[in-house]
Design a protein around this ligand. Sequence first.
Ligand code: UDP
Ligand code: MG
Length: 309
Amino acid sequence: MPEEHKLSVIIPSYNEQDNISRTFHTIKEILDNAEIPFEIIFVDDGSTDLTYPHICELSKEYPEVKGLSFSRNFGKEAAIFAGLEAAEGACCTIMDCDLQHPATLLPDMYHLWQKGYEVVEGVKTSRGKENPLHTLCAKGFYKLISKATGIDMAQASDFKLMDRKAVDALLIMPERTPFFRALSSWVGFKSTTIPFEVQERAIGSSKWSIWSLTKYAVQNITSFSGVPMQFVTLMGWIMLIASFALGIQSLYKYFSGTALEGFTTVILLQLIIGSVLMISLGIIGHYISRIYNEIKARPRYIISKRCGC
Ligand code: UDP
Ligand code: MG
């Protein structure tokens, strides 16, 4: 049973050995000062460094620390869901292990929850320091996904506090590849936002490469929306209109006796139709592979070790 006032802080951690202890002590100090009862769940997402041993050491010393360790790297979304499943608090918050989400806001979020808000969303006022290409890609991604999902995601982040009701609603979703950031808005409930500035990562480096971000973007757009498939239909219509125009031109040439020209047009048409078909097949294929993965119904993650719980 969830303890009545307890806050569960869930921290996905992947190769964060130098951050674990610092993050824990920062959060503990803030929450102790605010007299908020809490537990911290570190989810080690298959780290290859000493992240998990560090979590275990902490959990031996402090009863409020729990640790889960995945059998391999399953990704941040899986880690968030594993944490939510293990949480016992009456409300849960998700934070990054590198303290880029300011822990100083936790008491404010908690007080908003006490006032009756069931979802408190952290909203980025600035993206912190990152390379310009990254910012550009992130902007493009959020534009697309906001359009596709109908939820304004431009400033959304994983930093949020959710009431037990919202957490339970999330946990019954059977999706294999959930997109936490959007699902937590999708479930509804009485929500409010709290602005925060993304802090700079103090130790270690970001786990995202451009390639992994692209994969993340494609996966999340398609997990939340079928709009890319409508592109296939749209391209079909565009090609149909073009074919009318070209058809009329060809017939005109045929009847006026000048029909032998036009090899360039034929080649261009072959190329255009070929590529449109390939892209369309690719988009449909992607959705089929998503269906295939969902149907296999494999677990979202596999836990190999636990400590403190
Ligand atoms: N993370 C994770 N699994 C991964 C990649 C990242 O659990 O496969 C965690 C990471 O330890 C951190 C959070 O997700 O707590 C955000 O990661 P990072 O700081 O690398 O991302 P950024 O802040 O650059 O978006
Ligand atoms: Mg970070």
